[in-house]
Ligand binder design. Structure first.
Ligand code: GDP
Length: 301
């Protein structure tokens, strides 16, 4: 089920409740059941769904409510809040704060993700995002695995007018990453974004490479790029990357397509790492900041 259908089903379940003559335990149960089914069919993790179900039932205590209280409003707000909580990572909930680049020093941002997830595209989008906000940004291509990777980054960077670094001859990604970061640091760049290689599958070699590059460039922030349409695989993939590269943020790509965003919801919850931006198209400007309430409002239409 794609994300738009998930939203439609959750809405329909709430509308059914709104239309019923009495908002009692039975009506509430059937709404919660339908919402949970819809989430499960969208690949949201079973444990998360059962926590959400328990929370909704705990928060909506129909018996103790005074007469005249608008039960429908309470139900709708509770469902909305609980859906937001699924994708909201906050320091007050024990999650790490989101990194913000500081001016006057070189901030290194390293990207990780599987091949095809939208890593190179997102690197350029983020570089442009910061450049437009007055930062001096450079892009480093440390993908020596895929033929054509440097040309792709070069093409994107040129289009965005962002300085870039890469090599056609050096085959060691760690060496290229270190040299690129050193070059931009010596030229006092504010933000240095390192694009790394991917593989089609989660492979040990890839994770080992991420550890080595990370040790060489000492990133201030590591971002995992996640294709919103990958479904259940999102959870194991993000856990594996979390172990090897301890990323502190997620960019969720291809949200404009037929995304089954449930996997992404599970990835956030499994790693307690926030989504910071979403990719909404193939063009360099198609990047939007992520906010849980907006995401859920959009989901519910
Ligand atoms: P990489 O292998 O992870 O570096 O992935 P690429 O950046 O090369 O992207 C793979 C494909 O996904 C390309 O065709 C991109 O244009 C496309 N892509 C990346 N981000 C988005 C997005 O947010 N929306 C859409 N529709 N396509 C995207």
């Amino acid at each position: 089920m794609v994300l738009a259908d998930l939203g439609r089903r959750i809405n329909a379940a709430m509308t059914d409740l709104t239309r019923s003559n009495v908002v009692d335990e039975k009506a509430l149960d059937s709404m919660v059941k339908e919402i949970c089914m819809a989430l499960l069919e969208s690949d949201v993790n079973v444990k998360l769904v059962s926590t959400l179900r328990a929370n909704i039932k705990k928060k909506i205590n129909l018996k103790d409510q005074a007469p005249g209280v608008n039960r429908r409003r309470i139900v709708q707000k509770t469902v909305f809040d609980e859906l937001c909580a699924l994708v909201d990572c906050q320091p007050e909930n024990g999650d790490a704060p989101v990194f913000k680049p500081k001016k006057g020093r070189s901030n290194v941002i390293m990207f990780v993700g599987l091949q095809g997830s939208g890593k190179t595209t997102s690197c350029t989008k983020l570089a442009l995002w910061y450049q437009r906000r007055g930062f001096k940004v450079g892009l480093v291509c440390a993908d020596t695995f895929r033929a054509g990777a440097f040309d792709q980054l070069k093409q994107n960077a040129t289009k965005a007018k962002v300085p870039y670094y890469g090599s056609y001859t050096e085959t060691d990604p760690v060496a290229v990453a270190a040299a690129g970061v050193a070059r931009f640091k010596s030229e006092k760049f504010d933000i240095i974004i390192v694009d790394t290689s991917g593989r089609h599958r989660q492979e040990q070699e890839l994770f080992a490479e991420m550890v080595q590059i990370s040790q060489a460039v000492k990133p201030d922030q590591t971002i995992m790029v996640l294709d919103a349409s990958i479904g259940q695989a999102a959870e194991s993939q993000s856990k594996a990357f979390k172990e090897s590269s301890d990323f502190g943020a997620i960019i969720l790509t291809k949200m404009d397509g037929h995304a089954k965003g449930g996997g992404a919801i599970s990835a956030v919850a499994a790693t307690r790492t926030p989504i910071v931006f979403v990719g909404t198209g193939e063009h360099i400007h198609d990047l939007e900041p992520f906010t849980p309430t907006q995401f859920i409002s959009k989901l519910l239409g």
